[in-house]
Design a protein around this ligand. Structure first.
Ligand SMILES: [Zn+2]
Length: 324
């Protein structure tokens, strides 16, 4: 049995919560984003996600049970394996194998490699529970190199015009990707403290990232690209009174009608750490599941899949599914 309780997934046979939004006794955390990571008494996660969780949970008393990618362990009658999700540092998918077959929980994932992390791995399975954030056909992202080129050109032009280019990017994942792109192109980059701290965790995990200066209002000279978390969309103190240009980094910016990136930014670049619509379909082609369960996204993606002859269902709250 596998149940969705209070929007959180629970596998009674393993006594394991999956990305539970409430702290539990024992919970698997697929990655360190705030909508997935909670300070459970025991956090089951990948080695690199534990680095991020430790930063996020700060002083909370948490026991970590860490596993490397593709090093299975036995839990009762089941064999569990974490493997790469290609989303942010340490992000993992969870494979549970037992006598009733193989089940994969994808968590947030991205198929293609990016400038700061490798691609997701896809394993064949009987049942997959997949996120479908961009599960509508208008969400097709341009090639990553093209987006990177546009970001570099935009920032370069802003600096030439005497304006401070500010990219709003999530502190975990998106900001390091932006740093890899912009710093990698030789642009001087200054990052908000939260971003600089997580970038340090990337370096400690062996990811090579260009250097960035930690933001200091006193020291900032206005001649550098600024990376800033979207939550702090108010302008940093040091740029007040200066010309600025702002950009959001989000996959939503490919579909102009949503304007989800608008939020005050001058422009948007569709730099995403999720799979776009074609990649979601590609994942299923590679994994060949008999049954597809969906969460975190568009409910009508399930109908689209059914029209393609795929047994798909969007998980509703409190669903009880007999899988194990
Ligand atoms: Zn995420």
């Amino acid at each position: 049995m596998f149940a969705l309780v209070e929007k959180s997934l629970y596998v009674p046979a393993l006594d394991l919560w999956i990305d539970s939004l409430r702290p539990r006794e024992r919970g698997y955390v697929s990655h360190g984003h705030a909508d997935h990571a909670r300070a459970h008494e025991t956090v089951v996660t990948s080695v690199d996600s534990a680095r991020i969780c430790k930063l996020r949970f700060r002083d909370a008393e948490v026991r970590f049970e860490t596993h490397a990618y593709n090093e299975p362990w036995q839990l009762g009658e089941h064999r569990l394996t974490l493997f790469s999700a290609g989303h942010v540092l340490g992000s993992s998918q969870l494979l549970i194998e037992g006598e009733h077959g193989a089940f994969v929980y994808t968590g947030d994932f991205k198929l293609e490699p990016s400038f700061s992390i490798g691609p997701a791995e896809v394993k064949r399975c009987d049942v997959v529970l997949m996120e479908c954030t961009y599960g509508r056909p208008q969400y097709v992202f341009p090639p990553r190199a093209e987006i990177a080129g546009a970001m570099v050109a935009w920032a370069t032009r802003a600096l030439e015009d005497g304006a401070v280019p500010i990219f709003y990017a999530y502190s975990l994942g998106k900001a390091q990707e932006a740093l890899a792109i912009l710093g990698g192109a030789g642009l001087p980059v200054t990052a908000h403290g939260a971003i600089a701290t997580i970038s340090q965790a990337y370096l400690e995990a062996g990811v090579s990232l260009p250097a960035c200066e930690r933001y200091d209002a006193e020291r900032f000279d206005g001649l550098r690209v600024l990376l800033w978390p979207p939550s702090g969309r108010s302008l940093p103190k040091a740029v007040r009174g200066r010309a600025v240009r702002t950009a959001s980094l989000t996959g939503w910016s490919v579909a102009r009608e949503t304007r989800a990136w608008g939020g005050g930014a001058d422009t948007g670049f569709p730099l995403s750490d999720h799979a776009d619509f074609p990649s979601l379909l590609r994942y299923l082609e590679l994994a060949q599941p008999k049954r597809v369960l969906l969460n975190h996204g568009w409910k009508d993606f399930a109908q689209r899949l059914r029209r393609l002859g795929i047994d798909a269902e969007y998980l509703e709250a409190n669903a009880q599914l007999a899988l194990f």
